[in-house]
Design a protein around this ligand. Structure first.
Ligand SMILES: CC(C)(COP(=O)(O)OP(=O)(O)OC[C@H]1O[C@@H](n2cnc3c(N)ncnc32)[C@H](O)[C@@H]1OP(=O)(O)O)[C@@H](O)C(=O)NCCC(=O)NCCS
Length: 164
């Protein structure tokens, strides 16, 4: 398996969310965009596409011109998370099912942590995950995230975890 690691920053003036097709503006070709759309759609139990918040870094691994693992990180707070306004929020964390348990998400999270602390070593870095049993709270704990709060969105209770 020879994976390519890529990182892009997506930013367009005066909009809230970036659409998947807009990603061509940031150097992603149609196959990559489609694979990202499919990856996030399959990974999350939602009727709609997983939103890409404007002003986000997107970290991802590519195999054979498909995105097979991704995370996004933004300082633009979701409304429900207003109380963490100044923090960096890691979201849309997912790996294609055939590529799971190979350390890809862990390595993307470690990279994001490294990059954020390089910008500001006292930054608040947080993520959310559902509280159902199948959610990877344990994975995040091994990466030094701890539960500090609860929020409700997308019809589900979520824990808020910050990096220590
Ligand atoms: C959770 C997810 C992103 C992990 O991706 P990954 O690339 O397989 O992660 P890693 O290989 O770095 O880590 C896997 C480790 O986390 C654990 N893990 C993975 N998914 C888990 C889950 N749902 N519950 C508990 N632990 C989980 C594995 O046991 C594994 O531990 P091990 O390496 O000691 O065996 C992936 O399973 C996924 O895309 N799930 C669907 C989408 C999702 O739930 N995203 C998170 C929303 S916050």
């Amino acid at each position: 398996m020879s994976l390519q690691l890529r990182k892009i920053y997506v930013q367009i003036d005066n909009i809230e969310d970036i659409s998947y097709t807009d990603l061509s503006l940031f150097g992603l070709d149609d196959d990559l965009i489609e694979s990202l759309r499919e990856l996030t759609f399959k990974s999350f139990d939602m009727e709609m596409e997983a939103p890409i918040v404007n002003n986000s870094w997107i970290y991802f691994y590519v195999d054979m011109n498909k995105i097979i693992s991704v995370l996004m990180i933004t300082q633009t707070s979701f409304e429900v998370l207003d109380r963490y306004k100044t923090g960096y929020y890691i979201y849309n964390i997912c790996t294609e099912s055939n590529y799971r348990c190979k350390g890809l998400t862990s390595s993307l999270i470690r990279l994001a942590i490294h990059d954020v602390y390089t910008i500001n070593n006292s930054a608040l870095l947080y993520l959310t995950t559902g509280i159902n049993d199948d959610k990877p709270i344990g994975l995040y704990e091994t990466l030094n995230f701890s539960i500090i709060d609860m929020v409700f969105f997308n019809d589900e209770d979520h824990v808020v975890m910050i990096h220590k």
